[in-house]
Write a protein that binds this ligand. Structure first.
Ligand code: PMP
Length: 375
């Protein structure tokens, strides 16, 4: 059988990783500033993480959700503590799309309404509802088409108010910082406006934190910068540091009834062990603060480059917009300087490194970036 090529790939076979570094099958070392698309939160093969997963695997890896699984409660408590959202309830699933799917469904169960406000540039996943609120017609199959999704211009408060006036809105789904859309930070006033309109119209505020959440921006949720609490936060990526773990946390205002949410694999013992190990390392090593400090340093240094059109983002979620003629920069960084970066648009370099990136590695990148831009 031939493998379906999901993405265009680089001819590099990564076989090993440690912290912010990865190694190919020839032993070449690479600096990983992409973390597999924001997935690697505490670094590759973190010893505490490996040990916790290994210990769990020796005990039991999976048993169905029909029994009590104390490690799920442990994870919920830890997440409440680290995120500061102690009074929320956690539902565990397996991916970002599944988290958003459940959040949108739960919102509609809660208020009985159907319309969802989403935004130009949004990415929420590839399952039925998640794809329907994603701004990419190419990935919406005919079966996913729905007129329940209302796409509004990004950051447009007037359009937002008008949509609420004209439709019965069930929920608003918004990334605190659009990732796939090119690292676009939602203004604080915009998030506050969404909060107040949702309150007035009994709509549910869904904060897609799959890419911008979990400490990456220097606060646990990037929506926290606006001082607002969402009704549901959706998470995945960094939650398991590579092990598939997704989840939603639900504010006390919404009490799901039995049967509304469910999954076979979600919340299995191994996933919970991975999730706990991530939070333990984040807490012990103060990684949210490190993301703020090292990310802040990177952003301010990047703003000094005269060839850079714009630097966007917060903490360790950074977009570097370059004039079109610099579209080759990522290839040069990878093949000449052995640094993995991501792409947001052909001319926007996206950095999503592990949250324990050191200043020394940030400097290694800045040096290489200087060389590439000056050539
Ligand atoms: N939401 C956002 C903001 C994302 O960036 C992504 C993945 N790129 C998803 C949802 C979907 O996550 P998954 O691929 O785990 O389904």
């Amino acid at each position: 059988m031939k493998l379906f090529d999901v993405y265009p790939v680089n001819p590099i076979n990564i076989v090993k990783g440690q912290g912010s570094l990865v190694y190919d099958d020839k032993g070449t070392e690479y600096l990983d500033l992409y973390g597999g698309h924001a997935v690697i939160s505490i670094g590759h093969t973190n010893p505490h993480y490996v040990k916790r997963l290994e210990d769990q695997l020796h005990k039991i890896g999976f048993y169905s959700n029909s029994i009590e699984i104390p490690i799920q409660k442990e994870l919920a408590e830890k997440l409440g503590h680290v995120s500061g959202k102690e009074d929320y309830q956690l539902f565990l699933c397996n991916s970002g799309a599944e988290a958003n799917e459940n959040a949108l469904k739960l919102a509609s169960f809660y208020n009985g309404k159907k319309k969802v406000i989403t935004f130009k540039g949004a990415f929420h996943g590839r399952t039925s509802l998640a794809v329907a609120v994603t701004d990419n017609p190419k990935i919406i199959a005919p079966v996913n088409e729905t007129d329940n999704a209302i796409f509004l211009p990004w950051k447009d408060e007037a359009a937002l108010a008008q949509a609420f006036a004209e439709h019965e809105i069930s929920s608003v789904i918004i990334e605190g910082i659009q990732g796939v859309g090119g690292i676009q930070v939602a203004p604080e006033s915009f998030l506050q406006k969404i909060r107040s309109l949702c309150d007035t119209h009994n709509a549910v505020f869904i904060a897609d934190s799959v890419q911008c959440g979990y400490g990456r921006t220097g606060k646990f949720f990037s929506h926290d910068f606006a001082g607002v609490n969402a009704d549901i936060y959706t998470m995945a990526k960094g939650m398991g540091n590579g092990f598939p773990v997704g989840g939603i946390i639900i504010s006390p205002k919404i009490q799901p009834a039995y049967g509304m949410l469910g999954t076979t694999f979600g919340g299995n013992h191994l996933a919970c062990a991975a999730g706990l190990a991530v939070l333990e390392v984040m807490e012990q090593d103060n990684l949210v603060q490190n993301a703020a400090t090292v990310g802040g340093y990177l952003i301010s240094e990047l703003k000094k480059f005269k060839q850079v059109s714009e630097v966007r983002g917060r903490g360790l979620m950074i977009g570097i917009e370059l004039p079109a003629e610099f579209a080759h920069v990522r290839k040069e960084l990878l093949f000449k300087h052995h640094i993995f970066t991501g792409e947001a648009k052909p001319n926007v370099v996206r950095l999503l490194p592990a949250l324990n990136l050191t200043k020394a590695y940030a400097d290694r990148f800045l040096e290489a970036f200087t060389t590439v831009l000056n050539q």
